[in-house]
Design a protein around this ligand. Structure first.
Ligand code: NIG
Ligand code: FE
Length: 387
């Protein structure tokens, strides 16, 4: 494909501070963008745009970078709406339902899992997601985790091994044996199929020492590190993630002052998943407190059948704005460039020259409509760069 011009953009958010108004959002008015099938080639005022063979008239609409959903559990079978209903009636979430999804996923055929995953990927993409991470974690056997990683790889390069999601029921009498299985066999066989390793570091899952041991081995096997931490309590997951220079620590619902300071001084992104608080009727993490402390914040869906059956990044943005005291601009950045940081990527999450041509045209004059009119109707056409 030759160059394609998108002109007449009412409000362009580039997330490149060298462009436009010089803010972190690098915002331009009456702007245009030239892309080819992979990259952004030119950004500037609509009136100065070069001619191209093909053009799209944005008709005054806002344009934003494609969303980067840096945390999903898309490969699973079954559903747990009964648990959701119980939580709405006051039953707290404790991670116990994960075993039910493990049982359903082990039962499912590869084709069934693939079909269900493809459907969820399409939902995310329809909502403007152009880069997504996908975790394993719902089989918890060597061959099962490999099966989930292989399916995830068909949809993304950002594949995460989450064999340390919980200790499966058959190891309940000997959790050490499961930790050793993860360290000795699963990591060796699964590492070539993944870019990342993640551990659910929480009471009822893995404690800090177990998580550290698993993550250190994952690093030896060449994987980047991520942590599910401080979702249900002060689990020590945030401090561990910073100690290990993990790319991201996700949930961060309970963070103490030491965690805040540590995050602010680190290269570890605090990824907030407000769909989980929504679906478990829990208190939201304080996005404001993290941002004011100087932490880098990302937003992601956490799409999974237990705590967050959510495939809309604009709903996540709306929750961050309404419930977590983030401004629309902070939430938009966190859902795009913040997600890219959480995946240690510089080529996505922004629309500077050379970035991947992942572009979302909104059916709205301003990006603020993402939160103002939540639930996805605002996301218009999405252009996704060829991979
Ligand atoms: O990110 N907290 C751990 N894992 C998922 C939930 C898994 C489940 O309940 O199925 C999460 O919230
Ligand atoms: Fe998760």
């Amino acid at each position: 494909m030759s160059a394609r011009l998108i002109f007449n953009i009412g409000e362009l958010t580039t997330n490149d501070p060298t462009l436009g108004d010089g803010s972190v959002l690098g915002r331009l008015r009456d702007a245009a963008l030239v892309v080819d099938e992979t990259k952004v080639l030119w950004v500037g005022e609509s009136a100065k745009a070069p001619g191209c063979d093909e053009s799209i008239d944005a008709d005054g609409a806002a344009v934003v970078p494609g969303f980067v959903d840096s945390h999903t559990h898309l490969v699973f079978a079954g559903e747990r709406s009964d648990e959701f209903e119980a939580r709405m009636a006051g039953t707290p979430y404790d991670g116990g339902g994960i075993a039910r999804t493990v049982a359903a996923t082990r039962e499912a055929s590869r084709i069934e899992l693939h079909t269900q995953t493809a459907k969820r990927v399409r939902e995310l993409q329809a909502g403007g997601v152009t880069t997504m991470e996908i975790k394993s974690g719902y089989e918890l056997t060597l061959s099962g985790e490999q099966r989930l990683l292989a399916i995830a790889s068909e949809f993304t390069d950002e594949v995460t091994f989450l064999g340390a999601h919980v200790v499966p029921d058959e190891f309940a009498h000997d959790r050490r044996a499961y930790v050793e299985l993860v360290i000795d066999q699963m990591l060796e066989r699964c590492a070539p199929m993944a870019r990342w390793a993640d551990v659910f570091c929480e009471q009822g899952a893995f404690d800090v020492d177990e998580a550290r041991e698993i993550l250190l081995q994952a690093r030896i096997m060449g994987l980047g590190l991520r942590v599910h931490g401080n979702q249900l309590g002060d689990s020590g997951g945030v401090a561990l993630a910073v100690e290990l220079d993990a790319a991201s620590v996700d949930h961060c619902t309970f963070v103490n002052d030491h965690d805040l300071e540590a995050l602010a001084a680190s290269g570890t992104v605090a990824t907030l998943l407000p769909g989980a608080e929504f679906c478990t009727r829990s208190s939201y993490p304080s996005g404001r407190r993290l941002l004011d402390a100087g932490a880098t914040v990302a937003l992601a869906t956490d799409c999974n059948p237990g705590t967050s059956y959510v495939t809309s990044m604009s709903f996540v943005i709306a929750l961050a704005v309404r419930e977590m005291a983030m401004t629309v601009d902070e939430a938009l950045w966190a859902a795009t460039r913040g997600g890219a940081r959480a995946l240690r990527r510089d080529d996505v999450g922004h629309l500077g020259v050379g970035a991947r041509a992942d572009v979302v045209l909104l059916d709205a004059p301003r990006a603020a409509h993402l939160a103002y009119r939540p639930c996805g109707a605002v996301v218009g056409r999405t252009l996704r760069a060829l991979r």
